[in-house]
Design a protein around this ligand. Sequence first.
Ligand SMILES: [Zn+2]
Ligand SMILES: [Zn+2]
Ligand SMILES: [Zn+2]
Length: 138
Amino acid sequence: MTLEARVFAYLRTKNIRITRHIQTVLSIIVAKNTPIDAKTIHKRVISQDQFIDLSTIHRILDRLHRIELLEALYGERSKFYELSSQFLPHHHHFTCIECGEIIDIDICMINPIIESISNVGTPLSHSFEIKGICNNCK
Ligand SMILES: [Zn+2]
Ligand SMILES: [Zn+2]
Ligand SMILES: [Zn+2]
C-alpha cells in the first residue's frame, strides 16, 4: 500500500469524510515529505490552480492533528505539520532560527545512550531537537 493509500485508509477508520479539500491538503503533505506549515500549503494549493482559503487549511490541519493523523511541530514562527510517527520512520528535527523552517534529520544517535542506561530502566520514547541556521539562510 502506498503512503497516501495508508493515510486515506486511516481517515476512513476515523469516519472522516474525504473531501476534495482534505485530499488536496494531504497530497501536498505526503508529497513534501518533510514538515510543512499552513502558509506553504496555501501557496502550493494556489500554484496548482486551486483555491482553498488559509483559514480552511488551518481548520483541516487542526482536525487531522486531533485524530492523530498529523503531528504538530512548534516552529519559531509557525506551527508545522507532518504525518504522525505511525506513518513515518523514526527521526528528529532541525529548526532554523532564521527562516523558521523545520528540517527532518534521519539519523538518530540515541541507541548507544539507550544501551548504556539499561541499568536504569527501559526507555520507551525520546525526543531531541536541534536549533541552528539552515544552509539556505547561511
Ligand atoms: Zn533557514
Ligand atoms: Zn519530521
Ligand atoms: Zn531518535
